[in-house]
Design a binder for this molecule. Structure first.
Ligand code: IPE
Ligand code: IPE
Ligand code: MG
Length: 250
């Protein structure tokens, strides 16, 4: 991973630097199919997927995107075999230990979206170390959605509002969109501008339900382990070709 972007040529000359998405969120899907097509195990598919994460972070950093959120494990992914779930968390710990230095050198702040408590102790320790090490970094936020569910996130905000109401800190008439948004996992994050899903599935699978309300959605048939810098630039190019109206008309 290189430091600084100032003197390098643009990653893709087609892209307008003035219209970069501030926040890109990615549903990294298709590791299993990638492995299956090669006669490999699902765990090997996830290994290949993990190798592609660096390219996504580097590319977003190079493009000047302010936040990248990666969907790594959903609240529904516990339904998979214990073998696969264990492999995923082992891989995550390995990835953090391998990449943390480069992430930190590049001034990237890692953030966590999800319910940390249910994760294996080892994964929690590695994650906390990563979050603490990078807490002061300012170039880009890289948010990891792990044991994350959009409905859980909103329900949790509702619970926090109820507690505040019972304690007399909030009146029912004060409960508006800002009050809910302020109680999400990362309240200061910009809304998602561009939501990318790899491997062709046309669904959001419980990802960032609140934050994607006006996101532009790009679904690509490319499987996550094959999703490289060019593929990400292509998605941003498509984003820049869209007319964002937010319900109004120019
Ligand atoms: C996405 O790849 C990674 C995670 C959900 C952790 P999948 O494992 O869902 O891959 P497919 O959908 O089976 O191909
Ligand atoms: C969504 O992918 C979750 C992650 C990429 C972490 P899934 O593969 O779990 O989603 P479904 O089951 O196809 O909806
Ligand atoms: Mg999948």
């Amino acid at each position: 991973m290189q430091q600084g972007t100032e003197k390098r040529p643009p990653l893709d000359p087609r892209l307008d630097p003035g219209r970069m998405p501030r926040h890109i969120a990615v549903i990294m899907d298709g590791n299993g199919r990638w492995a299956e097509r090669r006669g490999l195990s699902r765990a090997e598919g996830h290994e290949a997927g993990a190798r592609g994460v660096r390219a996504a972070i580097e590319t977003c950093r190079g493009l000047g995107v302010r936040a990248l959120t990666l969907y790594a494990f959903s609240t529904e992914n516990w339904r998979r075999s214990k073998l696969e779930v264990d492999a995923l968390f082992r891989l995550m710990s390995k990835y953090i230990r391998k990449e943390l230095d480069a992430i930190h050198r590049n001034n990237i702040r890692v953030r966590f979206l999800g319910e940390m408590d249910r994760l294996p102790a080892r994964a929690q320790a590695d994650l906390r170390h990563c979050l603490e090490t990078t807490a002061g970094n300012t170039a880009m936020d890289c948010c990891v959605a792990l044991n994350y569910g959009g409905r859980t996130e909103i329900a949790r905000a509702a619970r926090a509002l109820c507690a505040d109401a019972l304690a007399g800190r909030v009146r029912p008439e004060d409960v508006d969109e800002d009050a809910v948004a302020a109680r999400l996992y990362a309240p200061d994050l910009a809304e998602v501008d561009l939501l990318i899903r790899t491997s062709g599935e046309m669904r959001v699978s419980n990802f960032l339900l609140w934050q994607i309300s006006y996101a532009e959605i790009v679904v690509t048939p490319t499987l996550w382990p094959d999703f490289d810098q060019q593929a990400l630039c292509d998605a941003v190019f498509e984003y820049q070709s869209r007319s964002r109206r937010f319900g109004g008309r120019p």
